[in-house]
Design a protein around this ligand. Structure first.
Ligand SMILES: *[C@@H]1O[C@H](CO)[C@@H](O)[C@H](O)[C@H]1NC(C)=O
Ligand SMILES: *[C@@H]1O[C@H](CO)[C@@H](O)[C@H](O)[C@H]1NC(C)=O
Ligand SMILES: *[C@@H]1O[C@H](CO)[C@@H](O)[C@H](O)[C@H]1NC(C)=O
Ligand SMILES: *[C@@H]1O[C@H](CO)[C@@H](O)[C@H](O)[C@H]1NC(C)=O
Ligand SMILES: *[C@@H]1O[C@H](CO)[C@@H](O)[C@H](O)[C@H]1NC(C)=O
Ligand SMILES: *[C@@H]1O[C@H](CO)[C@@H](O)[C@H](O)[C@H]1NC(C)=O
Ligand SMILES: *[C@@H]1O[C@H](CO)[C@@H](O)[C@H](O)[C@H]1NC(C)=O
Ligand SMILES: *[C@@H]1O[C@H](CO)[C@@H](O)[C@H](O)[C@H]1NC(C)=O
Length: 561
């Protein structure tokens, strides 16, 4: 599917090395604290700051391996301590991908790329909220694992365990079943998308740790500069990019069929372009920048979607025109998405398995594009549209549900998370136990169905499952709001019981429940899904090209250098 690949494609570890964590630790407040408006008129607004903290805390709960001394999630245990033994390597650590215990490199890379890119531009929001040490810890927990997963230049581990094993287990972190096989790509069995996606993550995060200021339009990077770490990340980025471009070009599921059941990809042009752009930015390399342009043309990224596709980069009005043709389609209609009755941007197909993720990615892109927009009207319209999606996700919706666990009494109570549920009966995920054992604070769930209905059913994975990549755009959006929003997130107006009075009758209409609408038969166990937004790759490219474009425009960069 074009759009799936587009999103995907398009698109912390050593206790001493990272920034010291605050004492006492930030802990998510209980849900009732999210129903109490904060003193108005100040930045940072304490509710937005607290939300940022919750969103990062979610990643603590997803940790695999030996939990560090500072573990904040008391109900989690050390787990999967033998990962990598089958290949005589230490592949412990990293993050569980979603509601189960698989570790997947492709969506992890996407998540790290997205969070690092956001923290480069809106990083002062993390600083203001006192969350930068947790951002650092979150990134290193992922990046340090990704480093282990890249033991030689041309080897990248792309998945630990597989869907056959994982989808047949529902239980705690002490009895995760094996064998947990380590799947790799290498010179003889390559995977251009996975290698380039990891390269993009390393390069984007290298820029962040290098304190590389992307543009004076934005607030600037979070304060976690570490040049040693930045160089290490850049080395991995360059080696992986070389691997991606010099091996035979192919989708990684052609080399590792097992990823076809989790996160397959449908192309690699976007990852190549994004990796080349982030590395070119990290190294001031104009030749890599030109390579990115050539991928853009060669793979026709977005060309089918954008009428006046005419990739002549270095010309600011050309890339601006293309970016706005895409974003106008989102905001004014005419793109592939439409607005639900309740106001959620919905992409038929992609949104059916996780309705919030495409909308939040679109909001994130629109928000960051605002300062670059060509007219005052567009600046305002893009900003307002993005805000409407964020507010929808935070409770301004027909259900009065903020789709982040634990932030308000109306938040989802039944996240599709094996570890948080406390259950171990795969035949009765919904009722055993009746109440979720642990609150998975800060998890953005899949979201409502296309009729704006949210059923809060534990085995309804499209609506209630969390995932690493679901939180990523919300982090960047929340950091933006911490920076300059003096009013509370919408949910502080929602008092206990509001959702109960609106809870829908019947059954959902989504990819897990066909009862609410005739649909295809899918397995009842949790499936792994990854949010997709048409055009994410395109806008990443536009934004980065925009950076170069502005330098050219302002005479600060000589393309012949
Ligand atoms: C920078 O990061 C490196 C690599 O993780 C670490 O060894 C070092 O202690 C860090 N330096 C500081 C000042 O935190
Ligand atoms: C939530 O926290 C507030 C203040 O910290 C406390 O008064 C209240 O009892 C707590 N509620 C629950 C349900 O724990
Ligand atoms: C962690 O271990 C404790 C003690 O055995 C157990 O109660 C808890 O449920 C475990 N956590 C998970 C996520 O399985
Ligand atoms: C290369 O990767 C393929 C596919 O994962 C695997 O079957 C093969 O064993 C790997 N080669 C080496 C030398 O490990
Ligand atoms: C691995 O890649 C790095 C960066 O591209 C390069 O400097 C190094 O020489 C490579 N090592 C080997 C053994 O090829
Ligand atoms: C990259 O190029 C810019 C513009 O030419 C220059 O200001 C900057 O110092 C360079 N950065 C590095 C790390 O060489
Ligand atoms: C950029 O492209 C626009 C429209 O294609 C054109 O009018 C303009 O002259 C170009 N600018 C430069 C500096 O080439
Ligand atoms: C916050 O910043 C955005 C740009 O990032 C701007 O469009 C918006 O108007 C600002 N809001 C306030 C209240 O200053």
């Amino acid at each position: 599917m074009w759009s799936l690949s587009a999103v995907l494609l398009l698109v912390v570890g050593h206790a001493f090395a990272q920034l010291p964590l605050p004492e006492p630790a930030f802990m998510p407040p209980n849900a009732s604290a999210g129903a109490a408006p904060s003193p108005s008129g100040v930045t940072p607004n304490s509710q937005w700051s607290s939300l940022l903290g919750d969103l990062l805390y979610f990643y603590d709960a997803q940790r695999s391996g030996k939990l560090s001394v500072g573990n904040r999630v008391k109900w989690r245990n050390d787990s999967a301590l033998s990962d990598g033994q089958d290949v005589h390597l230490d592949l412990t650590g990293g993050y569980y991908d979603a509601g189960d215990y698989i570790k997947c490199t492709f969506p992890l890379s996407f998540t790290l790329m997205s969070v690092c890119w956001g923290a480069t531009d809106f990083g002062k929001g993390y600083d203001l909220a006192n969350q930068t040490p947790y951002l650092d810890a979150m990134l290193r927990w992922g990046l340090d694992w990704l480093i282990k997963a890249h033991p030689t230049n041309n080897t990248l581990f792309v998945q630990i365990s597989d869907a056959n094993i994982d989808n047949n287990y529902w239980g705690g972190d002490q009895t995760i079943p094996g064998p947990r096989k380590s799947y790799q790509i290498n010179s003889t069995s390559p995977g251009t998308d996975a290698a380039a996606g990891a390269a993009a993550a390393f390069a984007a995060c290298s820029n962040l740790y290098q304190n590389h200021v992307f543009s004076d339009f934005y607030s600037g990077p979070a304060t976690l500069q570490n040049s040693t770490y930045a160089s290490l990340l850049l080395q991995h980025a360059q080696a992986l990019y070389t691997f991606a471009t010099s091996a035979e070009k192919t989708e990684y599921q052609n080399s590792v069929p097992e990823v076809g059941d989790t996160y397959s990809s449908s192309g690699f042009g976007d990852e190549l372009a994004i990796a080349a752009l982030f590395i070119s930015w990290a190294t001031n390399s104009s030749s890599l920048y030109e390579e990115a342009q050539s991928y853009y043309s060669h793979y026709n990224l977005l060309a089918t979607r954008i009428a006046q596709a005419n990739p002549a980069f270095g010309n600011i009005s050309t890339w601006q025109g293309q970016a706005e043709a895409y974003l106008d389609g989102v905001v004014y209609g005419g793109g592939n998405g439409y607005l639900t009755t309740g106001g959620l941007l919905y992409y038929p197909g992609d949104s059916d398995t996780n309705s919030l993720n495409p909308a939040l990615n679109a909001a994130m892109l629109l928000n960051r594009y605002v300062p670059l927009a060509s007219t005052q009207t567009k600046k305002q319209d893009y900003y307002n549209f993005a805000k409407s999606q964020v507010m929808y996700a935070l409770g301004d919706n027909p259900m009065s549900v903020p789709y982040v666990v634990g932030v308000n009494p109306n938040s989802p109570q039944n996240a599709h998370s094996a570890m948080a549920s406390g259950g171990n009966n795969i035949n009765d995920i919904n009722n055993d136990p009746p109440q979720e054992a642990y609150v998975l604070y800060g998890a953005v769930v899949g979201g409502p169905d296309k009729y704006d209905r949210f059923f809060d059913i534990r085995n309804d994975w499209p609506e209630t499952e969390p995932a690493l990549d679901y939180n990523a755009p919300m982090l960047t959006l929340t950091a933006m709001h911490v920076l300059n929003d003096t009013s509370d997130p919408f949910y502080t107006t929602l008092q206990a019981g509001t959702y109960q009075s609106k809870r829908p009758q019947g059954l959902p209409c989504d990819a897990a429940y066909q009862q609410g609408c005739a649909g295809p038969q899918l397995s009842q166990a949790g499936q792994i899904v990854m949010g997709v937004i048409v055009g994410l790759a395109g806008v990443v490219i536009f934004s980065l090209i925009g950076w170069w474009g502005w330098l050219v425009y302002r005479g600060e960069y000589d393309p012949c250098y």
